[in-house]
Write a protein that binds this ligand. Sequence first.
Ligand code: SAM
Length: 276
Amino acid sequence: MLKQAPSWKSSDMNRGHSVGIAWVGLAAVFFCSQAFGQKPEFDFFPDFRNVFTVKVRTQNPSITNDGILEEYASSLKSEGVTETEIARRIALIRTQRRELESDYWNRFYGNSGSNFNRAPNAFLTEMISGRTPGTALDYAMGEGRNSIYLSQQGWKVFGFDPAGAAVAMAQKRAKELGLTLTTEAVWDSEYEFGKERFDLILFSWAMPFIPIQRIVDALKPGGMIVMEVAADYVGRNEMLKMFDALKIIRYEIVQAKADFYERQQVDVLRMVATKP
Ligand SMILES: C[S@@+](CC[C@H](N)C(=O)[O-])C[C@H]1O[C@@H](n2cnc3c(N)ncnc32)[C@H](O)[C@@H]1O
């Protein structure tokens, strides 16, 4: 999985397998792109990512990345966008996908109009209820709603996300609340997971894009994975296969309101797995 140069089959760019199309419900979360003082030269990207790509993939689910770019270029041309600007955008999408993605997420979290859930993930709260707090890793932590919650429950919390402004928001809130989070603004491929460090690794509306062994190694024996994500995004059985080295304690796909995005009804995948 993942690692090297961003491919952008899916919107999060670096996944190595072919399930899903986006961080679920993307069409619903297009928003004003000026928030959080991000790079103006990237202003076109949220629309490309959440509107254009979703539209063409819906029309043609097997379209390739190159196919999408071809359609994008011809669509821009028909709108009267200059050849220079079209070439600039295409080159950015091809060569700076990571920068575009982290900028995208920074805008998303920093925009007061973004309708995402700022309360902790309900499945997480249920799964840790009654457990002795230990050390937790919040994988792709976003603006830290779950990190903050875990810390408030007495967990020692580590987290990472490439959206640096979002991680900074988490740290700011933690400080205001007198909590300590150990965070890094990095991609999962860059994070030092270490060995047998975590009692809990949380995937809240996120999935791994790295060789799974790194995550298994990072769990302590008896440690637990808690995952909630859109089933259509990760594939209905992909997570079972991916976490095969662990003991699956709970696995379900249920129709429910998305916990992160605009609370639309989706097929929500929930999984708990422990390390023997
Ligand atoms: C849908 S949000 C969920 C955020 C958070 N887990 C929550 O539940 O509030 C997905 C997050 O994954 C992050 N992300 C995307 N690809 C990633 C990767 N390869 N490594 C780490 N984080 C990633 C994005 O920056 C974004 O903040």
